[in-house]
Design a protein around this ligand. Structure first.
Ligand SMILES: *[C@@H]1O[C@H](CO)[C@@H](O)[C@H](O)[C@H]1NC(C)=O
Ligand SMILES: *[C@@H]1O[C@H](CO)[C@@H](O)[C@H](O)[C@H]1NC(C)=O
Ligand SMILES: *[C@@H]1O[C@H](CO)[C@@H](O)[C@H](O)[C@H]1NC(C)=O
Length: 152
């Protein structure tokens, strides 16, 4: 029983470790940051950048060379751009200007591809914004590894 528990536990730890391995970007408030993301090619119908905790409001939605504003979260208005609006070689990286502490979060980029005619999630980026002069490396013990065993 305890062996089963232990192996289940280490499996969960492994999974969480892998997902914790996602890109982490640290920035100071006031900086402009680039969240990189690359689609397989530039046959992209729609590009969406989102943050799970914002619900249905997106960070950026780009289609037919236009930014769609209808359901954009208000705090990203006039603060987001694409590194390359042509999305050359599938570059769908996001530029987020003048970041604030509450821009901290997990940003996800998804593309609706021409060939497959379906949405495809690419990788997500964890952005941590700290006050200017604050040593980001000293803080932020994410500690997801310690969670699964404690939960049981
Ligand atoms: C991000 O996605 C690319 C392409 O899908 C993949 O090669 C890369 O390993 C991913 N990186 C992370 C940190 O998940
Ligand atoms: C951020 O980008 C804007 C223009 O897009 C520029 O005016 C501003 O100086 C940049 N800020 C920093 C901190 O680099
Ligand atoms: C962050 O804070 C600013 C002002 O304090 C607010 O206008 C904005 O909506 C907040 N952003 C998010 C994503 O909650």
């Amino acid at each position: 029983m305890s062996a089963v528990t232990a192996s289940l536990c280490s499996t969960l730890m492994f999974v969480l470790f892998v997902s914790a391995d996602q890109k982490i970007i640290k920035a100071e408030s006031g900086q402009n940051v680039t969240l990189t993301c690359r689609a397989p090619n530039n046959n992209i119908r729609v590009l969406e950048w989102s943050r799970a905790d914002l619900g249905s409001e997106y960070v950026l939605l780009y289609r037919d060379e236009h930014f769609l504003m209808d359901n954009q979260h208000p705090s990203f208005k006039n603060r987001v751009d694409l590194q390359d609006r042509q999305m050359k070689d599938g570059d769908v990286s996001l530029i987020l200007k003048n970041v604030a502490i509450n821009d901290t979060g997990t940003y996800e980029c998804r593309v609706f591809m021409e060939e497959t005619w379906q949405w495809q999630s690419i990788n997500s980026t964890n952005l941590h914004v700290v006050p200017p002069g604050f040593n980001a490396d000293m803080k932020y013990d994410l500690g997801p590894e310690s969670v699964p065993c404690a939960i049981k």
